[in-house]
Each structure stands twice: as structure tokens, then as C-alpha cells.
Design a protein around this ligand. Structure first.
Ligand code: DC
Length: 231
């Protein structure tokens, strides 16, 4: 929102493991507050999709960096969520494939690539009024975010949510998704650079038994408490 409300705006960081429902919730919170939603996972996914297409392995970080430095990544609001543009091309339809999902953590471990994307993410949040979701937002990207949420849910529940989202079109079983999610958790938590971890001042929301609506309402109430505290 522009104008007189400007000083009221805060930044909201939403972190958590794969499939916890962060992006759905973050988008709804952003809509409600008229804030900008930034899906940082989509940025790592777009880079991964491009590298896989070009045959550039995550085991060749120098090459990945060399190519990534010349990439232009943009996020554009859209009625169905958010569009990811890579060098001007809309790559949104490709970045959630099973192949990208299984490879993305390996590219996301490359330190130089993370630095590049973190810089971009910080620029996006400079004017406040941003809801940003990812793995390292509250700890690294926006350590000063006024509201920090760490959303989680059991591996079983997260796999089930992904399964329902993907449908049967990709032919991936629920068991396979559970294994993939557990592997991704491990890679995201164990990597040396900006691992997935809960910021000390984050509010932990275990959403295993919560509806999306309940999670959104909880986050909005923390935002209100935070704003009231500032006034
Ligand atoms: O949120 P997502 O599942 O779309 O994220 C895809 C991958 O990107 C995830 O496995 C870890 C990585 N990621 C990251 O390392 N840091 C972020 N801030 C966001 C995502």
C-alpha cells in the first residue's frame, strides 16, 4: 500500500520445511494486508530448472555461478499467485515439477548463488510491506523482520498435502513423496550455508492439525499485536 500508511508497514518472514503450506499461507496473508508476497523458493527453483535444462550440474558450482550472475529473476503478482520470470520468460509452469523439486536443494547449497539471491530478496523488502517465505528469511535474509513465523507439520502430513496438490498426473506415490520430503528436510537442515533453522525470536506454528484459515488468522493476529506494540 502506498501513501499515508507507509510507516505502518512491517515485514513478515515465514520459514519452515518443504510442504508446510508456507506459500499458500504467505500469499493469503499478503492479500489480506495488501502486502507484496515474495516466494524465495520459486527463485531457487527457477535457477534449478534453468541449470537442469542447460545440463549444468550442481556439482559444478563455478559454472552455476557464472551463468547465474547474468540471470534476471523477477517475481510478478498474478491473480493465480505469482509469476516467476527468468530472463523475461515466464517459467512458472515448469518450476514445480518433481524433477526440479528433487534437485533444488542441491543447487540451493551453493554459497555464491545464495548470496546473489539473498541480495535480491533484501532489495525486494527494503520498503517494507512484504511477506516473504523460505528457509532462512528470519535468520539471514531479514533478521529484522517485525514478525517471524516458523511453520511446520509432520512429514506424513506434508507429503499428503503435496500429494493432493500434485494429483496423480506425475505418477508419484505418497510413499515416494514422504521419502523426498524427508531427504529435502535433511539437505536443507544440514547444509553449511544458511541452513533451515528456526530463528530464536520466531513464533513456531505446528500446522499438522490446523486449517489454512486458522494459520492465516493466527499470523494476522501476531501482526496486529506487533503493530499495536509499536504505537
Ligand atoms: O519452498 P520451496 O519448496 O519452493 O523451496 C524449494 C527449495 O529451495 C527448498 O528445497 C530449499 C530451497 N530454498 C532455500 O534454500 N532457501 C530459501 N529461502 C527458499 C528455498
Amino acid at each position: 500500500m502506498q501513501g499515508t500508511e507507509k510507516n505502518d508497514r512491517i515485514n513478515i518472514a515465514i520459514d519452515g520445511p518443504a510442504g508446510a503450506g508456507k506459500s499458500t499461507v504467505a500469499r493469503m496473508v499478503a492479500n489480506k494486508l495488501q502486502y507484496i508476497y515474495v516466494d524465495t523458493g520459486a527463485m531457487y527453483r527457477a535457477v534449478t530448472w534453468y541449470m537442469l535444462n542447460e545440463g549444468i550440474s550442481s556439482e559444478n558450482p563455478d559454472k552455476v555461478l557464472q551463468i547465474a550472475q547474468n540471470m534476471v529473476i523477477e517475481l510478478q503478482p498474478h491473480e493465480n499467485g505469482q509469476l516467476v520470470l527468468l530472463n523475461g520468460e515466464d517459467v512458472t509452469p515448469y518450476i514445480r515439477s518433481h524433477q526440479v523439486s528433487s534437485e533444488v536443494s542441491r543447487y540451493a547449497q551453493i554459497e555464491g548463488l545464495r548470496n546473489q539471491l539473498v541480495d535480491l530478496q533484501r532489495q525486494m523488502a527494503l520498503r517494507k510491506g512484504v511477506v516473504m517465505d523460505g528457509r532462512d528469511i528470519g535468520t539471514t535474509v531479514l533478521p529484522d523482520a517485525e514478525v517471524k513465523i516458523f511453520m511446520t507439520a509432520s512429514v506424513k502430513e506434508r507429503a499428503l498435502r503435496r500429494f493432493n496438490e500434485l494429483g496423480t498426473a506425475e505418477g508419484v506415490s505418497l510413499e515416494q513423496l514422504e521419502l523426498d520430503i524427508a531427504t529435502r528436510d535433511r539437505l536443507d537442515q544440514e547444509r553449511e550455508v544458511s541452513p533451515l533453522r528456526c530463528a530464536e525470536d520466531a513464533i513456531v506454528l505446528d500446522t499438522t492439525e490446523m486449517s489454512i484459515h486458522q494459520v492465516v488468522e493466527a499470523i494476522l493476529s501476531y501482526c496486529t499485536i506487533q503493530k499495536d506494540g509499536e504505537n
